[in-house]
Design a protein around this ligand. Structure first.
Ligand SMILES: [Zn+2]
Length: 447
């Protein structure tokens, strides 16, 4: 078994891993790295990216390494674990290089992919296969079928799964992204029973989300985020001020909680911005949006501007969910604060960030600037009304105890994020460079 750690092993983003057993290669995820694109994001004027441009700014994984290895023609499938852009966002620009590979994903992830393809006007010829959690599928390999299993887990978007390839050389287990949430707001709790069974069968190699492996915690349930939101919104009584909430567009469970509490304010609930439209639209398409009838969605800049004019004239009437929690240039919040819309924040207006700042300097700086401007106006800010979707050190310990992999490779971050998992593995009896491995982008690990 050979594992090529193509992307996401030196940064948080552009996750992509290829695994070769015999004459068959399977790719897991094909994400995008957002910081180089931040300037361009969320701009209502449509920008189409090209593969070359994205390669030049290093926003997509450098999968040309597979050409050098002679693996490209052997790729049988590209499996996407969940719908976040750092897992699916590179696929539209890369999949054409693997025309014989099937694209495999959950209904929601596939709907998000389709929506990106439509926006970007990209046609892919690859066969697509929609799979459900806790099922086993066969993929046609070089000499016989390849057996792939999808095991449901919890994270910060819906329909996320772990993937196990039952290969002739043992099980390869792809464990990105996850936290162990026993009380998810949507979907099932993680399938612990199956994880333990797989551990007994024997796992040859685990690649795992190590993003918060240095954090001494079991990440709290989404139920806690729901309580935080209830509290944050329950204490706003001013009927005449504006009320805005911003959160991750892909976090359908969070949006569900927001809408449920928003209903108690008797305001009209309106979602603004392209990325909210993309994810909520995908959730509607696959019947995962119970709040569909309770909201209005506005996508385009012109309509957003004329709507915001109404909000300016009657600020107590609306409950607005919008983009911009990372201070992204061109997002709704950024445009409001820059004075580019008919609505202006005033002293006493309310803004809730149901998010945390993604720890990259571009986000930290953008949010600091945004927050300072809002504070100067006198906007009442409530920040970090949020619980992460990534497991901490104790989630990881539980996963390792259940799976007992023979080998492990931390993923989803730079050395700083990945190295603490090597320490944890050492505590649990693993030996560095023998059966616990640190990788970097483009490297191949043979097991
Ligand atoms: Zn994710």
């Amino acid at each position: 078994m050979e594992i090529c750690t193509i992307g996401g092993y030196e940064e948080v983003g552009k996750n992509m891993t290829a695994v070769k057993v015999g004459e068959d290669v399977i790719i897991f995820d094909a994400g995008i790295f957002l910081p180089p694109l931040v300037e361009l994001q969320e701009q209502e004027a449509q920008i189409h990216y090209s593969e070359n441009m994205l390669r030049n700014i290093k926003a997509i994984p450098n999968d040309l390494v597979l050409d050098k290895l002679g693996w490209t023609d052997k790729v049988r499938a590209i499996i996407i674990g969940h719908a976040h852009l750092d897992h699916v966002g590179g696929l539209p620009y890369l999949a054409h290089r693997y025309p014989k590979a099937e694209i495999i994903a959950s209904p929601f992830t596939m709907a998000v992919l389709d929506s990106i393809l439509q926006d970007e006007k990209i046609n892919l010829r690859n066969k697509k296969r929609i799979v459900h959690e806790n099922t086993v599928h066969q993929i046609k390999g070089h000499s016989g079928n390849l057996k792939i299993e999808f095991i449901n887990t919890t994270h910060s978007t819906i329909q996320c799964f772990f993937v196990a390839w039952h290969s002739s050389e043992g099980i390869f287990f792809y464990g990105l992204d996850f936290k162990f949430d026993n009380h998810p707001i949507m979907g099932l709790p993680p399938n612990y029973k199956r994880l333990k069974e797989l551990g007994k069968d024997g796992i040859k190699c685990l690649v795992v989300d190590a993003l918060y492996s240095d954090t001494d915690r079991r990440t709290a349930s989404e139920r806690i985020a729901r309580n935080l939101l209830e509290d944050a919104l329950g204490n706003i009584h001013d009927k005449d001020s504006a009320l805005f909430v911003t959160t991750f567009s892909s976090h359908i469970a969070r949006l569900k909680s927001i809408v449920e509490f928003a209903q108690k304010t008797n305001r009209r609930i309106v979602f603004l911005g392209r990325s909210l439209n993309k994810y909520v639209g995908a959730a509607i398409k696959v019947s995962q949006c119970s709040f569909r009838g309770k909201i209005e969605l506005i996508k385009y800049r012109k309509q957003i501007n004329s709507f915001l004019k109404k909000v300016e004239e009657n600020r107590g009437k609306y409950f607005i969910v919008c983009t911009g929690h990372q201070g992204e240039k061109g997002s709704i919040l950024d445009r409001i604060v820059q004075g580019e819309t008919p609505f202006k924040f005033r002293n006493g207006d309310n803004l809730i960030f149901s998010s945390s700042v993604i720890p990259a300097s571009v986000n930290i700086n953008a949010r600091e600037k945004l927050d300072n401007k809002l504070r100067r106006i006198g906007v009442r800010l409530q920040t970090d009304i949020h619980v992460s979707g990534h497991g901490g050190r104790e989630d990881l310990r539980d996963l390792l105890e259940m799976l007992k992999p023979q080998n492990l490779i931390p993923a989803h971050g730079s050395l700083k994020q990945e190295a603490p998992l090597i320490d944890l593995a050492k505590e649990m009896g693993y030996k560095f460079q023998e059966n616990s491995h640190l990788s970097s982008n483009g490297k191949v690990i043979k097991i």
